[in-house]
Design a protein around this ligand. Structure first.
Ligand SMILES: NC(=O)C1=CN([C@@H]2O[C@H](COP(=O)(O)OP(=O)(O)OC[C@H]3O[C@@H](n4cnc5c(N)ncnc54)[C@H](OP(=O)(O)O)[C@@H]3O)[C@@H](O)[C@H]2O)C=CC1
Ligand SMILES: O=C([O-])CC(=O)C(=O)O
Length: 266
């Protein structure tokens, strides 16, 4: 039985626990959160009663897999030290790798620990195709992210428009994936994922819209290169617990965990 350490127990983490509970091939042995709140206690008691609730992984704990679904800060705090100790990790907060030197640090920690960090596809599809297309050479990759105005609350979008008063789509950001991921750490992980699979953080162009006409989180990708062309639209249903996050992100985490225990992985 594989023993999992889960970082974060919010909208994604609690849904992941729900979907994994009852699978006899694995158990969640640790849940790492900044504060052990009554809500976290209740969720863990219901869905992972065997788990230790902690703020950091103990030095003598050796999970088979570390699963990050917490936020950008968790990469520095939990993922880098675990990788360096040889614990493999799957990462949802991919935008964290847009910080100067962070992608290199993740790589170096995994190399030092002789293990691997896997960047999850999260809310976006087509990462396999884009990463394969990169081998032949890519010319352009454009990502357009479109979410309902409430998904942009508490972000710099509030400084460029009146989110509650929007009557039509408003472009809140246009620039590189690196800049998008830094400015919108809870909304532009997809931009970072596409760029790390494809043309890189500085050459992948990004437009972000607050759009009162959409109910879903809409992700569009247009890519061209030696392989031909790719056009992709995803209309992700947001999680009730967090309108910034699409449900597909949860399924992507669960898929990665199950691929770790399944005899046939896809
Ligand atoms: N790749 C992708 O496509 C996507 C990636 N994401 C990433 O996933 C992250 C989590 O999303 P979601 O679950 O919706 O967010 P929530 O805010 O609902 O939950 C975040 C959880 O992580 C905990 N947390 C925050 N900081 C840390 C830390 N440094 N160490 C450990 N735990 C921490 C929070 O605890 P507390 O409540 O006490 O702060 C909370 O339990 C996002 O911030 C984003 O980076 C999200 C959507 C798509
Ligand atoms: O969940 C989504 O739709 C995408 C998201 O928040 C992100 O890219 O950070």
């Amino acid at each position: 039985m594989k023993n999992i350490a889960l970082i974060g127990c919010g909208a994604i983490g609690s849904s992941v626990l729900e979907l994994l509970s009852g699978d006899t091939r694995l158990q969640v042995g640790w849940v790492l959160v900044p504060e052990i709140t009554p809500a976290v206690r209740e969720t863990a008691a219901r869905l992972a009663p065997q788990a230790q609730l902690l703020q950091a992984l103990p030095g003598d704990a050796v999970p088979d897999l570390l699963v990050e679904c917490a936020g950008h800060a968790a990469i520095e705090e939990h993922v880098l030290p675990a990788l360096a100790r040889g614990i493999p990790a799957v990462i949802a907060s991919i935008g964290a790798l847009s910080a100067p030197g962070m992608a290199e640090r993740v790589q170096a920690a995994a190399e030092a620990g002789k293990t691997q960090a896997q960047l999850l596809s999260g809310a976006i599809g087509g990462i396999d195709a884009l990463a394969a297309a990169r081998v032949g050479g890519l010319d352009t990759v454009l990502y357009t992210g479109r979410k309902p105005p409430k998904a942009w609350s508490g972000t710099p979008a509030e400084q460029v428009c009146d989110l509650d008063g929007l009557t039509e789509a408003f472009c809140i950001f246009e620039g590189s994936a690196r800049e998008a991921a830094q400015l919108y750490p809870k909304n532009a992980n997809v931009a970072a994922t596409l760029s790390l699979a494809g043309l890189g953080l500085d050459k992948t162009m990004v437009r972000l819209f607050a759009d009162p006409a959409v109910q879903e989180n809409v992700h569009q990708v247009e890519a061209r290169g030696a392989f031909g062309a790719m056009e992709l639209t995803m209309r992700g249903k947001p999680l009730a617990a967090n309108p910034k996050t699409s449900a597909l992100t949860v399924y992507s985490v669960v898929r990665a965990v199950l691929n770790n225990v399944a005899p046939l992985a896809i």
